[in-house]
Design a protein around this ligand. Sequence first.
Ligand code: NAP
Length: 282
Amino acid sequence: MQHITLNNGVQMPVLGFGVYQIPPEQTEQAVTDALAAGYRLLDTAAAYGNEEAVGRAIKNSGIPREELFVTTKLWVQDASAEDNTLRAFETSLTKLGLDHLDLYLMHQPFGDVYGQWRAMEALNRTGLAKAIGVANFYPDRLIDLILNNEITPQVNQIETHPFFQRTEYQDLMREHCVQHQSWGGFAEGKNDLFTNPLLAGIGKEYDKSVAQVVLRWLTQRDVIAIPKSVRAERMAENIDLFDFELTDEQMAAIATLDTGNTLFFDHHDPAMVDWLAKRRVN
Ligand code: NAP
């Protein structure tokens, strides 16, 4: 597995396994299968409700802790954000059965963002979170956070797939040494991604599936990908992408699929901000 070095020297696998929308009762088996398929980066969140099941799969796998890279995410915290954040972190750690996290992400750019970030900086300084970062931060919020705090986020996990490629944003993040991580790399299958003729045609040249072409395209751009699947055969397919390389022409062809717009929701939409900020977790 290839690794990417984050701005604080931490090494992060370029490909991992995401568990969003896997029901808790299915998660232990899914993570067990993913670990058996070779994934070592696991991506969960307090808001997914399946941290305990992820923790059980980790424990039962017998894989040494230092070989794993575990990410979870802090849900939106308001008043007394610093105390609440430390409590939320402890709760996640306990549910996962771990004594430290490899990456702790602020899940949304809402609530008392600066209070949350200060607490996350403290967790990073004590080594309880080896790396810290954010998710769903658009450029304006990210730059403001960087300019007004001591620690620059190591990672920004944002919607990124062939229909919303974030190329210019990746350049800006590079400038600030923030690692780009994709969520929804398959756009959850929207826009008929898995039967897209351009992607299928490229795949045919290498005897690879659309899923493999998409993950190869992301990782070849140095974007960390965390595909989700509950099927063992797809987990194996999705990790089998390090034996081919897309040409410059193929990368340019895939670039034409970009619409420049979200297929999910806009974090600037007031109704969505209201809905996300009022959701309570823990
Ligand atoms: P995704 O990975 O884009 O797509 C998952 C879908 O693709 C599932 O329906 C899965 O079905 C299907 N699939 C997987 N491999 C396939 C293959 N080889 N061929 C055909 N279909 C395939 O969606 P996602 O789960 O939303 O995103 C990935 C991860 O990003 C999440 O699990 C989560 O960890 C993270 N995420 C973060 C945020 C955030 O706000 N930070 C938001 C969303 C997601 P089966 O399961 O039936 O195989």
